[in-house]
Ligand binder design. Structure first.
Ligand code: ADP
Length: 365
């Protein structure tokens, strides 16, 4: 199935406001043809608003939205050639599966024989061919969501918008559907997908690139690996994966954290300024090595394949995820931790409002 609309989405300085409240602030973002872009961020950060601006359900107060080369900012939703799937399936309860899937095609006055072929094709794509004559109430939540995806694909969109499509499903179904969506994307390599989620696992699993949103703004954008290894902001570091964010004072070629001198690349940070050092818990080791930190164990959690240690270092909590630990330290033990200089990233310190920190913390524990 190939897209009829030219692929790719471009936000050019798109702002959306409700009254005086700017909920999307000058968004600049390009989704390449065939790319899966996740919009990741806490609740209320403007993700759905961005998606709705592409669909045409909200009108920007400034900026332009492009689909391929077309400026669609002023086009009504039905003329944009987009498929959209929302959280709550939104199937018509009184219509059989095949009529739900045919709905957009009938509205577009596609000839009857072609409708039958396209419905069959879309149901086949989502593995629901055997359910064509059922009613939505006769399907599980996961099956209903597949039908909703088939309905979106039946119009052969160049762009597929998915708004938290898995959040109404239970954990097991969700991971199955994640794999399904990945397969679907391989079968539809020309379709650009914009995928709204607050769940970093979904974003890391599915997306070619992730756009991190917070408080109406794009904070960061990159491949999952880039955001994980070299986040540009504290917010990204804490929202994508787990992070130790240590307050440090910058020296020359080193930083000072709680009385410990640590060798890290200080880049362009000026000596004497304060900054935040990001070290991923799984890159922290136990025992001597480069960049040692000594403190007291305050918590030991067994997590199946790893032990998570919390170590108090002069009033700061440092987390370490350790594999193959035959004899984990006990609470109250003095331990030494270490990390390699190249595994730390120095970030500018920002005083995020308490609510943003809570939102990020809530996802990662
Ligand atoms: P997200 O998808 O990241 O959870 P949204 O884009 O849904 O965030 O919402 C961003 C902000 O816009 C929120 O503060 C929300 O309350 C506000 N908002 C969304 N829709 C409306 C609306 N129709 N009227 C007024 N405010 C809205």
């Amino acid at each position: 199935m190939t897209g009829t609309a030219a692929g790719g989405i471009r936000f050019d300085q798109v702002s959306v406001a409700y009254g005086r409240n700017t909920v999307l602030d000058r968004l600049d973002l390009t989704v390449e043809p065939g790319e899966v872009m996740a919009l990741l961020g806490p609740s209320g950060s403007g993700k759905t608003t961005a998606l709705r601006a592409v669909a045409g359900f909200v009108r920007p107060v400034s900026g332009r939205v492009y689909l391929g080369d077309r400026d669609v900012t002023a086009l009504p939703p039905h003329r944009r050639g987009i498929g959209m799937v929302v959280q709550q399936y939104a199937l018509f309860p009184h219509m059989r599966v095949r009529d739900n899937v045919a709905f957009g095609l009938k509205a577009r006055k596609v000839p009857k024989t072609e409708i039958a072929a396209r419905v069959a094709e879309a149901l086949e794509l989502v593995g629901m061919s055997a359910y064509a004559t059922r009613y939505p109430r006769e399907l599980s939540g996961g099956q209903q969501q597949r039908v909703a995806i088939a309905r979106a694909l039946a119009v052969r969109p160049g762009v597929l918008l998915l708004d938290e499509p898995l959040s109404a499903l239970d954990a097991q179904l969700r991971s199955g559907m994640l794999a399904e969506l990945a397969r679907l994307h391989r079968e539809l390599p020309d379709v650009s997908i914009l995928y709204v989620t607050h769940d970093q696992v979904e974003a890391l699993t599915l997306a070619d690139r992730i756009a991190v949103m917070d408080r109406a703004r794009l904070q960061d954008c990159g491949t999952p690996q880039e955001l994980y290894r070299t986040p540009r902001t504290e917010f990204t570091a804490s929202f994508v994966g787990n992070a130790n964010l240590l307050p440090v004072t910058v020296g020359s070629g080193s930083v000072v954290f709680a009385g410990h001198h640590l060798e890290v690349s200080t880049g362009e940070a000026a000596a004497g300024t304060t900054a935040t050092l990001c070290v991923r818990p799984h890159l922290v080791g136990l025992g001597d090595g480069p960049n040692t930190l000594t403190g007291t164990v305050t918590e030991v959690q067994w997590r199946g394949s790893t032990h998570r240690l919390h170590v108090d270092i002069d009033g700061h909590r440092v987390k370490a995820d350790l594999r193959e630990l035959r004899q984990p330290p006990a609470l109250g033990d003095r331990v030494t931790l270490h990390f390699a200089p190249e595994d730390a990233v120095l970030l500018p310190t920002v005083d995020a409002p308490a609510e943003a920190k809570t939102a990020a913390g809530a996802v990662h524990g």
